[in-house]
Design a protein around this ligand. Sequence first.
Ligand code: MSP
Length: 473
Amino acid sequence: MKKFLTTPIFYVNDKPHIGHAYCVFATDTLARYWRKKLGRENVWFLTGTDENSQKTVDAAAKEGLPVPEYLEKLAKNWKTTWHEIGIDFDDFIRTTEDRHADKVHELINKINDSGDIYEHKYVGKYCSGCETFLKDADLDENGHCPDHKKAPELLEEDNYFFRLSKYEKPLLEFYEKNPNWLQPDKRKNEVLNFIKGGLEDISISRESAEIGIDFPFDKKHKIYVWTEALMNYLTGCPDEDFWKGCTHIIGKDITKFHCIIWPAMLMSAGVELPQNVFAHGYFTVDGTKMSKTLGNVVSPVDLAKDFGNDAVRIGLLSSFEFGNDGDFSVSNFEDFYRSRLAGGVGNLFNRVVVLVNKFLDGNKPAGSNETQTEVLEKFDKHLESFEIRTAIETFFGVVDSANELLNKTEVWKLAKEDSEKAKPIFAELLNHLEILVEMAEVLFPEKQGAMKAMLGDADKVGDGEILFDSNRK
Ligand code: MSP
């Protein structure tokens, strides 16, 4: 079995913020889980940047840089950001790469061979902010794009169209046969309602675009950026076996593209559909939508400088259920850091190891290496069902029960009186730590090494250490 995990490719001209990081952390967590289970060679994690946009051409001109140089700089920033916060991707795709243009041509030709592309004059209202045509119903009361607060331009051009309408029935049949293909259910229901409302053919080319991939059989046209962006997943897929195990992790804002247009294009091109799609929710920061104008955009790198990568990762992923909308509050995050990470996990590891060193000369008592598998089985199940927050709760459940055991038995008093009597309790505590180290391989990639070192080898524990400094920040 092979697993291929993808994130959306991010608009290269945006600055990476914790909304993007949320999606990437989630995908990275799943990739780490699958690597643990299947071996690194059987997992491929793809992310990247969406680059063929007029906005970047305009911005490059403003900075006085040639477009390729400008794009290189921006893409590097995304890559570096992910590396800095501990994301372990296998490939980073940029849609301006030749390998992508080649794949896109191959797919467009296949779709054309199916008779699903035709030429047609299109008149519509185009919002350059969204890079999409908007219908009157999409506009606000001033006739403006509700997201960009700007009137769309009236565009009239000769376009190539994709016969999306032809796939209305095949898509409904597909969803009927594969009820778990798109999760969670509420997203699937939205998509199904949309399809049932009737699908119109969509324009897939632009005559006026300055940047982009040439239309294979008409060089006057470029391929519409969203059409080719979706195809990145095939460009970046190592082989057919990986494609069979492909999971797209996306935000709920782009389900129509991924769960209607993309599968229809794949059907047309005669390519199997990916294994499944999970659309997570959107979150606000301290109750407000993140926006450049409001100045409340939080950088994951800044946050990680103060708290460390694992804290940001787990803080974000545990703020609300994966699949639901939520809120991330910096002050709640600080509380979480202090109480659950420093006071919970860190304190537990340090106390147990320091006590075993003090009272048992660091020797592990009999029965210390008997990891119970039930909790780990539950943990795995949660991750396989995209229940990332529940998997994290499973981890903290073990932390809490170990801390309870420690406090309830007051093992440090017992050990002082009679270290023999304390041994079974220490063994149980060390077992709890073993389980936590196992789960930490997936959840705490930065700290897992230190946790493992504290647990030591089969015979002896290591030295105590502060995993999460409560005075940090
Ligand atoms: N370039 C397109 C995707 C093309 S994929 C073939 C795009 N890019 S984006 O930069 O806008 O990134 C969108 C993704 O970032 C969302 O789908 C979501 O996963 C993530 N998020 C951005 N802001 C977010 C929040 N405030 N909350 C949660 N996720 C957020 O769309």
